[in-house]
Design a protein around this ligand. Sequence first.
Ligand code: 2RA
Length: 336
Amino acid sequence: SDKTVAILGATGVVGTQMLRCLEERDFPVGKLVPLASAHSLGRTVTFRGEEVPVVEAAPEAFEGVDIVLGAAGDDVAKVLLPEAAARGAVVVDNSHAFRLDPEVPLVIPEINAGDIADHPKNIIANPNCATIIGLVPTWPLHEVAGVRRLIVSTYQAASGAGMPGLRELEREMGVVANGGEMGDTAPFAYQLAANLIPQIGGFKEEAYTSEELKMQNEGRKIMHLPDLRVNCTCVRVPVMRSHSESITVEFERPITPDEARTALAAAPGVKVVDDPANLRYPMPLETSDQDLVYVGRVRRDLSAPDGVSSLTFWCCGDQIRKGAATNAVQIAEYLV
Ligand code: 2RA
């Protein structure tokens, strides 16, 4: 039956994409409640051809809401989403606020949809975008040969910093192309155009960033592999909205590149583009604005010690869609 669906952060880049996903997937929305902060008041969002006025995000706004899609930052999520849950809504939250809470399932439907049902706090967490895009292709390989260790380098799009990130990269590319003052580069610490920034999030233990530690901590929870070893380096790159990742996987059991490609081709949410003879491999320009994770450059890890089974692959996926909005709506589909 139709549901009353609220989107917290409805005017942001992820919130806006959630509206598109609800439309495309014909989600049973009886009533839409687009929530945003006070400075978005007076705005409307377009949904199924109608202009729906934005409502100020406040605890009472969740009265009568069945499902909440959280697309706001950690601080707002921490304060408001438990208020929604307390009023009987089930929340799918894209922030990091509840991801590691043992009473909150952290879900990529292609991997652990079975975890959705047990949500005692009425909150289900959507993983970090880089985690989703890296694990969707890793999981089918785990099912064949048992994953023991991941060495990951990410190439993360500007959209990970939201609409401000997208707008700043566009602006900077214009300055690089046409000259002029580069000026303030917020939300990035440094100029991103024609550059790479090896920092996403704050620095934590052992000089790893919060973004890099997410891959390890979220990966262990999603794949139910508490001993999984992950070494991750997260880099911001001058790309608009697709994240790319180079991943080396150490396995418990032997697996050849052909066996890996066969498993990947059969895996949900994955598209194999791996034909070096014809210069075919995944690139961000072709993975943007669609929901699959493209995988290619699958090859044996020639650096692996004797007797160690290890492969390397490259993958690209849309950060706003599968990395955030689509994955959240896919989780919500299990709630209706
Ligand atoms: C980023 N994953 O790319 C973080 C948050 N979306 O900035």
